[in-house]
Design a protein around this ligand. Structure first.
Ligand SMILES: Nc1ncnc2c1ncn2[C@@H]1O[C@H](COP(=O)(O)OP(=O)(O)O)[C@@H](O)[C@H]1O
Ligand SMILES: O=C(O)C1=C[C@@H](OP(=O)(O)O)[C@@H](O)[C@H](O)C1
Length: 266
Protein backbone atom coordinates (compact mmCIF):
# COMPACT_ATOMS: atom_id res chain seq x y z
CA UNK A 1 0.00 0.00 0.00
CA UNK A 2 1.08 3.58 -0.45
CA UNK A 3 0.52 6.18 2.22
CA UNK A 4 1.35 9.89 2.26
CA UNK A 5 3.81 12.14 3.97
CA UNK A 6 2.34 15.23 5.55
CA UNK A 7 2.80 18.58 7.20
CA UNK A 8 1.55 19.78 10.56
CA UNK A 9 -1.34 22.10 11.17
CA UNK A 10 -1.23 21.69 14.96
CA UNK A 11 1.48 19.74 16.77
CA UNK A 12 -0.22 17.33 19.21
CA UNK A 13 2.60 17.11 21.75
CA UNK A 14 1.72 20.15 23.90
CA UNK A 15 -1.96 19.30 24.53
CA UNK A 16 -2.67 15.95 22.79
CA UNK A 17 -4.93 17.58 20.19
CA UNK A 18 -3.40 17.45 16.71
CA UNK A 19 -4.11 18.25 13.10
CA UNK A 20 -2.15 17.22 10.05
CA UNK A 21 -2.48 17.54 6.25
CA UNK A 22 -1.49 14.82 3.79
CA UNK A 23 0.79 15.94 0.95
CA UNK A 24 1.62 14.21 -2.28
CA UNK A 25 4.90 12.61 -1.15
CA UNK A 26 4.44 8.87 -1.24
CA UNK A 27 5.65 6.00 0.85
CA UNK A 28 5.07 2.52 -0.52
CA UNK A 29 5.30 -0.58 1.63
CA UNK A 30 5.21 -4.14 0.33
CA UNK A 31 5.73 -7.42 2.16
CA UNK A 32 6.63 -11.00 1.32
CA UNK A 33 6.94 -14.13 3.39
CA UNK A 34 10.46 -15.08 4.34
CA UNK A 35 12.24 -17.76 6.37
CA UNK A 36 14.07 -15.25 8.53
CA UNK A 37 13.29 -11.70 9.56
CA UNK A 38 15.69 -8.94 8.47
CA UNK A 39 17.99 -8.12 11.42
CA UNK A 40 18.26 -4.50 10.22
CA UNK A 41 14.51 -3.77 10.53
CA UNK A 42 13.79 -0.31 11.96
CA UNK A 43 12.43 -0.17 15.52
CA UNK A 44 9.00 0.64 14.19
CA UNK A 45 8.87 -2.21 11.67
CA UNK A 46 10.13 -4.61 14.33
CA UNK A 47 7.49 -3.55 16.84
CA UNK A 48 4.68 -3.98 14.29
CA UNK A 49 5.86 -7.40 13.06
CA UNK A 50 6.41 -8.64 16.63
CA UNK A 51 2.87 -7.57 17.50
CA UNK A 52 1.29 -9.35 14.51
CA UNK A 53 3.33 -12.52 15.06
CA UNK A 54 2.38 -12.68 18.70
CA UNK A 55 -1.29 -11.82 18.33
CA UNK A 56 -2.18 -13.61 15.08
CA UNK A 57 0.67 -16.03 14.73
CA UNK A 58 1.52 -14.82 11.23
CA UNK A 59 4.64 -16.15 9.47
CA UNK A 60 7.82 -14.04 9.19
CA UNK A 61 7.72 -11.35 6.51
CA UNK A 62 10.28 -9.17 4.79
CA UNK A 63 9.29 -5.51 4.45
CA UNK A 64 10.24 -3.29 1.52
CA UNK A 65 9.81 0.48 1.95
CA UNK A 66 10.06 2.88 -0.99
CA UNK A 67 9.92 6.44 0.27
CA UNK A 68 9.99 10.02 -1.05
CA UNK A 69 10.05 11.25 2.53
CA UNK A 70 13.13 11.68 4.68
CA UNK A 71 12.93 10.03 8.10
CA UNK A 72 13.17 12.01 11.38
CA UNK A 73 12.34 15.21 9.59
CA UNK A 74 8.84 16.18 10.75
CA UNK A 75 7.28 15.04 7.46
CA UNK A 76 5.43 12.05 8.93
CA UNK A 77 7.51 9.21 7.48
CA UNK A 78 7.06 7.04 10.56
CA UNK A 79 3.26 7.26 10.46
CA UNK A 80 3.23 6.56 6.73
CA UNK A 81 5.43 3.45 7.06
CA UNK A 82 3.38 2.28 9.98
CA UNK A 83 -0.15 2.63 8.49
CA UNK A 84 0.93 1.18 5.15
CA UNK A 85 2.61 -1.82 6.77
CA UNK A 86 -0.37 -2.51 9.05
CA UNK A 87 -2.71 -2.29 6.04
CA UNK A 88 -0.56 -4.76 4.08
CA UNK A 89 -0.49 -7.20 7.00
CA UNK A 90 -4.26 -6.97 7.56
CA UNK A 91 -4.94 -7.67 3.91
CA UNK A 92 -2.31 -10.40 3.31
CA UNK A 93 -3.39 -12.38 6.36
CA UNK A 94 -7.13 -11.56 6.12
CA UNK A 95 -7.27 -9.96 9.56
CA UNK A 96 -10.59 -8.19 10.08
CA UNK A 97 -12.54 -6.46 12.80
CA UNK A 98 -9.57 -5.02 14.61
CA UNK A 99 -8.41 -1.41 15.11
CA UNK A 100 -8.08 0.72 11.97
CA UNK A 101 -4.47 1.08 10.69
CA UNK A 102 -4.11 4.66 12.04
CA UNK A 103 -5.28 3.64 15.53
CA UNK A 104 -3.08 0.57 15.72
CA UNK A 105 -0.21 2.64 14.33
CA UNK A 106 -0.66 5.13 17.18
CA UNK A 107 -0.45 2.41 19.82
CA UNK A 108 2.57 0.65 18.30
CA UNK A 109 4.44 3.90 17.53
CA UNK A 110 4.44 4.75 21.21
CA UNK A 111 5.62 1.22 22.06
CA UNK A 112 8.40 1.48 19.46
CA UNK A 113 9.51 4.80 20.92
CA UNK A 114 9.15 6.71 17.63
CA UNK A 115 6.26 8.88 18.82
CA UNK A 116 5.25 10.65 22.03
CA UNK A 117 1.46 10.88 21.66
CA UNK A 118 1.07 8.13 19.03
CA UNK A 119 0.70 10.82 16.35
CA UNK A 120 -2.82 9.68 15.40
CA UNK A 121 -3.20 13.04 13.60
CA UNK A 122 -0.30 12.18 11.27
CA UNK A 123 -1.35 8.54 10.86
CA UNK A 124 -4.95 9.44 9.92
CA UNK A 125 -3.91 11.98 7.27
CA UNK A 126 -1.26 9.62 5.97
CA UNK A 127 -3.78 6.79 5.56
CA UNK A 128 -6.99 8.55 4.52
CA UNK A 129 -5.50 11.63 2.79
CA UNK A 130 -7.05 15.01 3.54
CA UNK A 131 -6.86 16.84 6.84
CA UNK A 132 -7.17 15.21 10.24
CA UNK A 133 -8.30 16.53 13.61
CA UNK A 134 -7.59 14.08 16.42
CA UNK A 135 -7.51 13.64 20.16
CA UNK A 136 -4.44 11.49 20.63
CA UNK A 137 -4.95 11.01 24.35
CA UNK A 138 -8.26 9.23 23.80
CA UNK A 139 -7.31 7.70 20.42
CA UNK A 140 -10.13 9.54 18.67
CA UNK A 141 -10.35 10.82 15.11
CA UNK A 142 -12.59 13.85 15.63
CA UNK A 143 -12.90 14.88 12.00
CA UNK A 144 -11.42 14.32 8.54
CA UNK A 145 -11.90 17.01 5.91
CA UNK A 146 -10.80 17.90 2.41
CA UNK A 147 -7.90 20.32 2.00
CA UNK A 148 -8.25 23.80 0.47
CA UNK A 149 -7.92 23.77 -3.32
CA UNK A 150 -5.41 25.53 -5.58
CA UNK A 151 -2.64 25.68 -3.00
CA UNK A 152 1.02 24.93 -3.68
CA UNK A 153 2.89 23.29 -0.81
CA UNK A 154 6.62 23.97 -0.64
CA UNK A 155 8.77 21.90 1.66
CA UNK A 156 12.34 22.51 2.69
CA UNK A 157 13.32 19.02 3.80
CA UNK A 158 15.80 18.73 6.63
CA UNK A 159 16.86 15.48 8.28
CA UNK A 160 18.59 14.37 11.46
CA UNK A 161 16.37 15.99 13.99
CA UNK A 162 18.08 16.76 17.28
CA UNK A 163 16.39 15.39 20.40
CA UNK A 164 13.29 17.34 21.25
CA UNK A 165 12.64 18.73 24.72
CA UNK A 166 9.07 17.56 25.40
CA UNK A 167 8.74 19.57 28.58
CA UNK A 168 9.41 22.81 26.75
CA UNK A 169 6.54 22.05 24.38
CA UNK A 170 4.19 20.98 27.14
CA UNK A 171 4.58 24.31 28.92
CA UNK A 172 2.58 25.80 26.05
CA UNK A 173 -0.39 23.43 26.23
CA UNK A 174 -3.08 26.11 26.59
CA UNK A 175 -1.71 28.09 23.62
CA UNK A 176 -1.80 24.96 21.47
CA UNK A 177 -5.34 24.13 22.64
CA UNK A 178 -6.27 27.59 21.32
CA UNK A 179 -4.46 26.95 18.03
CA UNK A 180 -6.39 23.68 17.66
CA UNK A 181 -9.71 25.58 18.06
CA UNK A 182 -8.51 28.12 15.50
CA UNK A 183 -7.60 25.31 13.07
CA UNK A 184 -11.27 24.26 12.91
CA UNK A 185 -12.05 27.69 11.40
CA UNK A 186 -8.84 28.53 9.54
CA UNK A 187 -6.14 25.99 8.89
CA UNK A 188 -3.84 28.61 7.35
CA UNK A 189 -3.86 30.84 10.44
CA UNK A 190 -3.35 27.81 12.66
CA UNK A 191 -0.45 26.50 10.55
CA UNK A 192 1.30 29.85 10.60
CA UNK A 193 1.01 30.30 14.35
CA UNK A 194 1.81 26.64 15.14
CA UNK A 195 4.78 26.60 12.75
CA UNK A 196 6.28 29.81 14.12
CA UNK A 197 5.69 28.93 17.76
CA UNK A 198 7.32 25.50 17.33
CA UNK A 199 10.36 27.19 15.76
CA UNK A 200 10.55 29.62 18.66
CA UNK A 201 10.11 26.99 21.40
CA UNK A 202 12.51 24.43 19.90
CA UNK A 203 15.07 27.04 18.85
CA UNK A 204 14.97 26.69 15.04
CA UNK A 205 16.04 29.59 12.84
CA UNK A 206 12.93 31.60 11.91
CA UNK A 207 14.50 33.39 8.93
CA UNK A 208 13.15 30.98 6.26
CA UNK A 209 9.64 31.37 7.74
CA UNK A 210 9.78 35.16 7.97
CA UNK A 211 11.19 35.50 4.44
CA UNK A 212 8.48 33.26 2.99
CA UNK A 213 5.74 35.23 4.77
CA UNK A 214 7.28 38.52 3.61
CA UNK A 215 7.10 37.25 0.02
CA UNK A 216 3.41 36.48 0.33
CA UNK A 217 3.19 32.91 1.69
CA UNK A 218 -0.29 32.09 3.04
CA UNK A 219 1.42 30.22 5.86
CA UNK A 220 4.92 28.99 6.68
CA UNK A 221 6.56 27.25 9.59
CA UNK A 222 8.18 24.15 11.00
CA UNK A 223 6.40 20.84 10.39
CA UNK A 224 6.03 18.46 13.34
CA UNK A 225 9.01 18.77 15.66
CA UNK A 226 11.15 19.83 12.71
CA UNK A 227 13.63 20.34 11.36
CA UNK A 228 11.81 20.58 7.98
CA UNK A 229 10.15 23.83 6.97
CA UNK A 230 7.06 24.35 4.81
CA UNK A 231 5.47 27.32 3.06
CA UNK A 232 2.13 27.59 1.24
CA UNK A 233 1.04 29.82 -1.62
CA UNK A 234 -1.88 30.20 -3.97
CA UNK A 235 -1.31 28.40 -7.26
CA UNK A 236 0.60 30.66 -9.66
CA UNK A 237 2.04 32.82 -6.85
CA UNK A 238 4.70 30.39 -5.65
CA UNK A 239 7.69 31.92 -7.56
CA UNK A 240 9.00 34.47 -5.04
CA UNK A 241 8.36 32.15 -2.09
CA UNK A 242 10.14 29.25 -3.77
CA UNK A 243 13.10 31.57 -4.48
CA UNK A 244 13.23 32.68 -0.85
CA UNK A 245 13.30 29.05 0.36
CA UNK A 246 15.95 28.15 -2.22
CA UNK A 247 18.46 30.26 -0.31
CA UNK A 248 18.25 27.69 2.49
CA UNK A 249 18.26 24.38 0.58
CA UNK A 250 16.45 22.41 -2.14
CA UNK A 251 12.69 23.00 -1.77
CA UNK A 252 10.21 20.35 -2.93
CA UNK A 253 7.04 21.51 -4.70
CA UNK A 254 3.99 19.43 -3.93
CA UNK A 255 0.27 19.72 -3.10
CA UNK A 256 -2.31 18.63 -0.59
CA UNK A 257 -4.04 15.27 -1.11
CA UNK A 258 -7.84 14.91 -1.12
CA UNK A 259 -9.58 12.50 1.25
CA UNK A 260 -9.67 9.13 -0.47
CA UNK A 261 -12.93 7.34 -1.28
CA UNK A 262 -12.06 3.81 -0.18
CA UNK A 263 -10.69 4.88 3.16
CA UNK A 264 -13.34 7.28 4.29
CA UNK A 265 -14.99 4.93 6.77
CA UNK A 266 -13.21 5.85 9.92
N1 LIG B 1 11.70 4.40 5.32
C1 LIG B 1 11.55 3.87 6.55
N2 LIG B 1 11.75 2.54 6.74
C2 LIG B 1 11.59 1.99 7.95
N3 LIG B 1 11.30 2.68 9.07
C3 LIG B 1 11.12 4.01 8.96
C4 LIG B 1 11.22 4.67 7.70
N4 LIG B 1 10.97 5.99 7.89
C5 LIG B 1 10.73 6.15 9.21
N5 LIG B 1 10.82 4.95 9.86
C6 LIG B 1 10.68 4.75 11.33
O1 LIG B 1 10.19 5.95 11.89
C7 LIG B 1 11.18 6.56 12.76
C8 LIG B 1 11.27 8.04 12.47
O2 LIG B 1 10.10 8.61 12.79
P1 LIG B 1 9.94 10.15 13.12
O3 LIG B 1 11.13 10.63 13.84
O4 LIG B 1 8.62 10.34 13.76
O5 LIG B 1 9.98 10.78 11.69
P2 LIG B 1 8.95 11.74 11.08
O6 LIG B 1 8.96 12.99 11.89
O7 LIG B 1 9.49 12.01 9.71
O8 LIG B 1 7.66 11.02 11.08
C9 LIG B 1 12.48 5.88 12.43
O9 LIG B 1 13.28 5.86 13.59
C10 LIG B 1 12.04 4.49 11.97
O10 LIG B 1 11.83 3.64 13.08
O1 LIG C 1 5.43 12.15 18.52
C1 LIG C 1 4.29 12.64 18.42
O2 LIG C 1 3.33 12.21 19.07
C2 LIG C 1 4.08 13.76 17.48
C3 LIG C 1 5.16 14.27 16.80
C4 LIG C 1 5.06 15.41 15.87
O3 LIG C 1 5.26 14.96 14.52
P1 LIG C 1 6.69 14.50 13.87
O4 LIG C 1 6.99 13.10 14.32
O5 LIG C 1 6.46 14.56 12.40
O6 LIG C 1 7.72 15.46 14.33
C5 LIG C 1 3.69 16.11 15.95
O7 LIG C 1 3.49 16.97 14.86
C6 LIG C 1 2.54 15.15 16.07
O8 LIG C 1 1.31 15.88 16.17
C7 LIG C 1 2.71 14.28 17.31
Amino acid sequence: MRAYGGISIVNAIPCWLGSSAAVDLKIKVSIEETRERDPSESRLVKEILDFFEKRWNIPHVKVKVESDVPSRSGLKSSSAVSVALIHELYSKFSIENYLSPPKLSAILSIKAGVSYTGALDDAAASYYGGISFTDNKYLKILKMSNPPKDVVVMILPRGDRPNVDLNKLKQFSSSFAGIFELAKRSIFDAMRINGTLIAEILGYDKTPINEAIKRGAIAAGISGNGPSYFALSKEGEEGPIYDSLKKFGEPILTRFVELEGDNQTI
